[in-house]
Write a protein that binds this ligand. Structure first.
Ligand SMILES: NC(=O)c1ccc[n+]([C@@H]2O[C@H](COP(=O)([O-])OP(=O)(O)OC[C@H]3O[C@@H](n4cnc5c(N)ncnc54)[C@H](OP(=O)(O)O)[C@@H]3O)[C@@H](O)[C@H]2O)c1
Length: 288
């Protein structure tokens, strides 16, 4: 008989995320062990507790989830987790701090329903946040030409350089999108726009969106009014508006939730998986 599924929730925040815990339970985890306020120096002992307790054949019944709000802190913890593994002594691990990986993957999956991403021209507005960065990276890996927008020219150039380190053959263009004119210019020739701005800020106004002749798909990830793309409703899920396909944050959120649960379930298939944005995207594609 197989051992119960144990998920070890590692969270750098003061309280381990309730959202992540509920999704873990809904994903069929038998026991959830929660650790909050976790510092990088504490990770090794937590990982040792996970890998030295069950025989190699049962290690796939133990897995680690790294969540919390701070995506940079989550990435540090992931490095510490994987550095603590050796040989076959490892368990599978999923990073989804702030939901950034599953949200970005769900947005790109939504786009891929309607567009052949390879060779397409795309724009990520507010690409400098955790969700936008990952959406841009996933689009680049799919062979899209990606414009990364920011209110700051420096921040968009820095992001372009980071993305080129991660995806060296990618076509990435840094664009400043602080004004309406700049957004109009950034949309020139673009088939897909993903608005990944902070909650409660409009990034693309209605007339500019409607006037963007090449635009076929508009995806907004901000659920808090005012929404990121004017005229795209929060519940939109493949809704046609003004000659383009629209997705709002809750329309994408349904796929994100399915993907989050599927990723947790996948952890228990083997003990050697590291699920970051790219792996989450691959899991999401199998759900389509
Ligand atoms: N549906 C879901 O399940 C789900 C999950 C996670 C996140 N989200 C949503 O996805 C979006 C992106 O999340 P995130 O955590 O990556 O966002 P974030 O870090 O809060 O912000 C992303 C970017 O927005 C820009 N920004 C910040 N303040 C702004 C302002 N006043 N006006 C215009 N732009 C501003 C900044 O870019 P620049 O300074 O470079 O311009 C920032 O890097 C959010 O709306 C979030 O609520 C949804």
């Amino acid at each position: 008989m197989s051992k119960p599924k144990i998920l070890i929730q590692i969270d750098p925040d003061a309280h381990a995320s309730v959202f992540d815990a509920v999704v873990a339970v809904d994903s069929g985890v038998d026991h959830l062990l929660q650790y909050h306020g976790v510092e990088p120096t504490q990770v090794r002992d937590l990982v040792h507790g996970a890998i030295f307790t069950r025989g190699p054949a049962d290690l796939k019944q133990t897995a680690i989830f790294i969540g919390g709000q701070n995506v940079d802190a989550g990435e540090d913890l992931l490095r510490c987790v994987t550095d603590s593994f050796f040989g076959p002594m490892r368990v599978s691990v999923l990073l989804d701090a702030n939901g950034a990986n599953t949200t970005a993957a769900a947005a790109v999956i939504a786009a891929a329903r309607h567009l052949d991403l390879r060779g397409s021209k795309t724009l990520v507005l507010a690409a400098t946040g955790p969700v936008g960065k990952r959406a841009a990276r996933l689009l680049a890996r799919q062979g899209a030409h990606v414009r990364v927008g920011s209110r700051s020219a420096d921040r968009s150039k820095t992001l372009r350089n980071q993305l080129l380190e991660q995806v060296p053959d990618a076509e990435i263009e840094a664009v400043q999108t602080a004004t309406g004119h700049e957004v109009t210019a950034a949309l020139d020739g673009v088939q897909l726009v993903i608005a990944a701005g902070a909650a409660g800020f409009e990034l693309l106004d209605g007339p500019t969106r409607v006037a963007a002749e090449s635009l076929q798909v508009a995806i907004d990830l901000n659920a808090v009014p005012p929404l990121g793309i004017a005229g795209v409703e929060v519940m939109d899920k493949g809704q046609e508006r003004d000659g383009m396909i629209c997705y709002g944050a809750i329309g994408v959120g349904g796929t994100k939730m399915k993907l989050h649960k599927a990723a947790v379930q996948k952890l228990f298939e083997s003990n050697d998986q590291v699920i970051d944005a790219e792996e989450a995207f691959a899991i999401g594609q199998t759900l389509e």
